[in-house]
Design a protein around this ligand. Structure first.
Ligand code: C2E
Ligand code: MG
Ligand code: MG
Length: 743
C-alpha cells in the first residue's frame, strides 16, 4: 500500500466511488427535499461500507495467501530451520529440518538438539549455544558439525545461528541448517586429486587447444621448466625433434579414436638435454562429448634405458673383450647369409683358437690369460674391415666373419686365406702381459658361405672342424673345412658315445705281451688293453685311448686295467709256471696326475693283496714332463710300496738326460721306432746304442720294444740290452693264450 495514501484522501476517494455507484440525487440540489438528501446520504454511506467490506475481505484473502506462501517457503525450503529454546530443546522445526534428522516432526518438539550431534562435536556446540543464549547479541554465528540421523547415519552440516528474544526472559536460537556432505566430499576429492597431481610422475594439463594450463612439481623436476615457463605454452616446448610427423599423427589418431595414447618418446629439457620418457595422454571430455582437456603424465626413463642397454650389452657382447658374443655372431651370420644371397657375394668364417692357451692360464694365472684375450681381440679388430665381424665365443675361441667377398669361389678362397694368414701373423707378434713377454700362436679353421645352402649352426660346426684339423696339422696354421674331415669327426663322435658304455658292458679285455731275456725266458708281460666293439670288432688302443684321454673316460678305464692286471698277478701266484712273472701296466698322464693317484694304487694293492714288487707302471715322457716335483713325489711314494717305474717310448719326447737322473726310474723302454730301424738307419742304430749305454751308466734296466727280427735281437744283445718285447717272441695275447705260450 502506498504510504502516502493517508486517511483523508482515502475517504474522499471512497466517497467518490460510492456516489458514482448510487448516482447523483438531482442535477439541481436546490429543488431537492431534505428527506431525499438524507436517503441519498444513507445510500452512499451503505455503498461506501460495502466497498470497504469488500476491500477488507480481499485484504484478508491476500493475507491468508501470503501466510500460506510463507508457510510453504518455510516448510519446504532446502534448509532446515530450527528454533532451540534456552534449555537447548527443539521448540520449532520445519519439514526439511525434520527430514534432515530423519524423524517425524511431531516427535522432535522438545527433543534435545545436542542429541543429534556426534559426540566429538558436542563440546563445540555447547560452547556456542551457551555463549549465544547468555548474552544479547544479534550477530549471526556459524558452525560446522557432524549430525547423526535417527537411523545412525551421519552427515556434515553447516549451521547459521541467530539469537532471538520473544521475551527478555526467554531467549532462543534460530538455526538454519544445511547438509554440506556433498561439498565436503567434493573438497576431499579435490584434495586427493591435488595430491595425486603432485605425484612422482610429471603431469601437465592442457585445454582443448593444447595450451598448458597446469603442471606439477615433478614436471618441473623432470623437464626443468617451471609452471611459469610452461603455462600458456603448448607441449611442443619439450619437442626434441627426434619424432617424425608420422609419430605425431599416429598419436593424434589414437587420441581421437581411443581417447588415450601411451608410448616412449624423446623430449628436450630446458637445459637442452634430450631424454627418453614414457608418456601417457588421456582425453577429458564434457557431457556432450567435446574435448575439454588433455591430461599427460610423463616418466623419465633414462635410467631404465641405460639399464636395458647394459642388459642388451651383456646379452650380446662378451664383457671381457667387448666383442660380439656367440649370440650376436649368429644374428649377424643370419643377416650375412641373407646379404650373400641378395647381392651374390660370398662370405667366410674363420674360427680362431689360441695354441696352448690353457698352459698360459695354468702357469701365469687367469688375470694374465685375460690380458692376452683382450690383446688378441684388439689385434683381430685391427686386421679386419668395417664390414667384417670379430666375435668371441668363449675361452680362447674367436670367430672372424668376412663379408662381401667375390662371387667366384676361387677368389673368395684366396681372399680368405690372405685374411687368415694376416690374422696368424698378427697373433704371432709378441705380447706384453703385465711385464711378461709372451709368444703365442693360433690355429685357424676357415669355411666359405654362399646363400643359405648351409645353415648357421652347420657353418659354425664346419669351421670348428677345420680348426681342429689345423691343430692336428701342427698348430699355427690355417685349414679350410673339408667334407672327409667331417665324416671322420662324426665317426669319432659315435665312437665316443660307444666308449661311454664300453666299461659297463664289459667290452674291454686285457692282452699280455711277453717280455723276455735273449734266451727266450719270460720275465713278465706288458698289459695292453683291447676293446671288443659289438659292431666294429677288436679296436686298437691307438684308436680309442686318445679319445678316452680327451673325454676323461681314461680314468675309469685305467682303473679297471690296473685292477684287472693285479687280479691276474694274484691268480698267477699259485701257478708255478707263472709265479714270479712281472706285469707292466700303462698309466696315462691324466690318470697319473689325479691328486689321489697314489691312494688309488695302494687301495688296489690292498684289495688284491699282490706282491707290489711284481707290478711295474709304464709312464710316458708326457707324464713326467708335467709338474716334475709332483711326479717325483708320487713315484717315490709308490716306490716305498715296492712298485717299479718304466719310462715308455723313450727317445720320442723331449726328455733331457739331466732330469732323467732326477727321476726314480727303474727301467727305460727304447721306443720301437728306433728298434725298427736297427741296421737300416745308421742314426737310429746309434741312438739305440747310446740309450743302452746311458741306462747302464745310470744303473737302470733297459728293454727294447717292437723287436721283430733276429737281427734286431742280436744287435740289442750285442750292445747290452738284456730284455726284449716284440713280435719276434710273441704278439699281445689273452691271458689263457699267454699261459699256454709259457709251456
Ligand atoms: P705302448 O705302451 O708303447 O705299447 C706298445 C705297443 O707296441 C703295443 O701296441 C704293442 O702291441 C705294440 N708292439 C709290441 N711289439 C711290437 C712289434 O714287434 N711290432 C709292432 N709293430 N708293434 C709292436 P698297442 O697294444 O696297440 O698299444 C698302443 C698303445 O696304447 C700303447 O703303447 C699304450 O701307450 C697304449 N695303451 C695300451 N693299453 C693301455 C692301457 O691299459 N692304458 C693306457 N693308458 N694306455 C694303454
Ligand atoms: Mg707301454
Ligand atoms: Mg711304447
Amino acid at each position: 500500500m502506498n504510504p502516502k495514501w493517508n486517511g483523508v484522501e482515502r475517504r474522499s476517494t471512497l466517497r467518490k466511488k460510492a456516489e458514482a455507484m448510487v448516482g447523483s440525487l438531482s442535477p439541481d440540489q436546490s429543488v431537492a427535499q431534505p428527506s431525499d438528501v438524507l436517503l441519498h446520504e444513507l445510500l452512499v454511506h451503505k455503498v461506501e461500507l460495502e466497498i470497504q467490506n469488500e476491500e477488507l475481505r480481499r485484504a484478508h484473502t491476500d493475507m491468508e495467501e501470503a501466510r500460506d506462501r510463507y508457510a510453504d517457503l518455510y516448510e519446504f525450503a532446502p534448509i532446515g530451520y530450527f528454533t532451540i529454546n534456552r534449555d537447548g530443546l527443539i521448540s520449532e522445526i520445519n519439514l526439511t529440518g525434520a527430514a534432515l534428522l530423519g524423524i517425524d516432526r511431531s516427535k522432535l518438539i522438545n527433543r534435545r538438539f545436542s542429541n543429534f550431534i556426534t559426540p566429538p562435536d558436542q563440546d563445540r556446540w555447547y560452547r556456542l549455544f551457551i555463549n549465544m543464549i547468555k548474552l544479547p547479541n544479534d550477530k549471526k554465528q556459524e558452525l560446522g558439525l557432524e549430525i547423526v540421523r535417527a537411523d545412525g547415519s551421519v552427515f556434515y552440516a553447516h549451521l547459521d545461528c541467530l539469537r532471538r528474544e520473544s521475551l527478555p526472559t526467554s531467549p532462543s536460537l534460530r538455526i538454519a541448517l544445511i547438509d554440506i556432505s556433498k561439498i565436503k566430499q567434493a573438497e576431499k576429492e579435490l584434495r586427493i586429486a591435488a595430491a595425486a597431481f603432485e605425484s612422482q610422475e610429471g603431469m601437465f594439463i592442457t585445454d582443448a587447444n593444447n595450451v598448458i594450463l597446469r603442471v606439477n612439481q615433478a614436471f618441473t623436476t623432470i623437464t626443468g621448466y617451471s609452471a611459469e615457463d610452461a603455462i600458456g605454452k603448448t607441449p611442443s616446448l619439450l619437442k626434441s625433434g627426434r619424432q617424425d610427423a608420422t609419430f605425431y599423427s599416429e598419436m593424434r589418431q589414437s587420441l581421437k579414436t581411443k581417447g588415450a595414447w601411451r608410448g616412449e618418446m624423446w623430449n628436450r629439457r630446458k637445459n637442452g638435454e634430450i631424454f627418453p620418457e614414457w608418456q601417457t595422454i588421456t582425453v577429458l571430455k564434457g557431457d556432450d562429448g567435446e574435448v575439454l582437456h588433455y591430461i599427460a603424465t610423463l616418466t623419465d626413463i633414462t635410467q631404465e634405458k641405460v639399464a636395458s642397454e647394459q642388459i642388451e650389452k651383456l646379452a650380446f657382447f662378451d664383457p671381457l673383450t667387448n666383442l660380439p658374443n656367440r649370440r650376436l655372431l649368429k644374428n649377424r651370420l643370419h643377416l650375412a647369409l641373407a646379404f650373400s644371397s641378395r647381392n651374390k657375394r660370398r662370405g667366410a668364417l674363420l674360427f680362431i683358437d689360441l695354441d696352448n692357451f690353457k698352459l698360459l692360464n695354468d702357469t701365469l694365472g687367469h688375470n694374465i690369460g685375460d690380458l692376452l684375450l683382450q690383446q688378441v681381440a684388439q689385434r683381430l679388430i685391427n686386421c679386419i674391415r668395417e664390414v667384417d665381424t670379430a666375435a668371441r665365443l668363449g675361452g680362447d675361441e674367436f670367430v672372424v666373419m668376412l663379408e662381401d667377398l667375390s662371387e667366384s669361389l676361387e677368389e673368395a678362397a684366396i681372399d680368405t686365406e690372405i685374411a687368415g694368414k694376416k690374422l696368424l701373423a698378427a697373433l704371432n707378434e709378441p705380447y706384453l702381459l703385465a711385464g711378461h713377454e709372451h709368444r703365442c700362436s693360433a690355429s685357424i679353421g676357415a669355411t666359405l658361405f654362399y646363400n643359405h645352402s648351409v645353415s648357421e649352426d652347420e657353418l659354425l660346426q664346419h669351421v670348428d672342424i677345420a680348426m681342429y684339423q689345423a691343430k692336428h696339422a701342427g698348430r699355427n696354421t690355417l685349414c679350410f673345412f673339408d667334407q672327409a674331415m667331417q665324416s671322420t669327426l662324426t665317426e669319432r663322435a659315435t665312437l665316443e658315445t660307444d666308449l661311454r658304455h664300453a666299461l659297463e658292458q664289459n667290452q674291454f679285455k686285457l692282452y699280455y705281451q711277453m717280455q723276455t731275456t735273449h734266451d727266450g725266458k719270460a720275465v713278465g708281460a706288458e698289459v695292453l688293453i683291447r676293446w671288443h666293439h659289438p659292431a666294429h670288432g677288436l679296436i686298437s688302443p691307438m684308436a680309442f685311448i686318445p679319445l678316452a684321454e680327451e673325454t676323461g673316460l681314461i680314468l675309469p678305464i685305467g682303473q679297471w686295467a690296473l685292477e684287472t692286471a693285479c687280479a691276474q698277478l694274484k691268480a698267477w701266484e699259485n701257478n708255478p709256471k707263472t709265479k714270479g712273472l712281472r706285469l707292466a701296466v700303462n698309466v696315462s698322464a691324466h690318470q697319473f696326475h689325479q691328486s689321489d693317484f697314489v691312494e688309488q694304487v695302494r687301495t688296489v694293492l690292498e684289495k688284491t693283496a699282490i706282491d707290489p714288487q711284481l707290478l711295474t707302471l709304464e709312464l710316458t715322457e708326457s707324464v713326467i714332463l708335467k709338474d716334475r716335483p709332483d711326479t717325483i713325489a708320487k713315484m717315490q711314494a709308490l716306490r716305498i710300496n715296492g712298485i717299479r717305474f718304466s719310462l715308455d717310448d723313450f727317445g720320442t719326447g723331449y726328455s733331457s738326460l739331466a732330469y732323467l737322473t732326477q727321476l726314480p726310474l727303474d727301467q727305460i723302454k727304447i721306443d720301437q721306432s728306433f728298434v725298427r730301424n736297427i741296421g737300416i738307419k745308421h742314426n737310429d742304430s746309434v741312438i739305440v746304442q747310446t740309450i743302452i749305454a746311458m741306462a747302464n751308466t745310470l744303473a737302470m734296466n733297459v728293454i727294447a720294444e717292437g723287436v721283430e727280427t733276429e737281427e734286431q735281437r742280436i744287435f740289442l744283445e750285442q750292445y747290452g740290452c738284456n730284455l726284449c718285447q716284440g713280435y719276434l717272441f710273441s704278439k699281445p695275447v689273452p691271458a689263457e693264450d699267454f699261459e699256454a705260450l709259457l709251456s
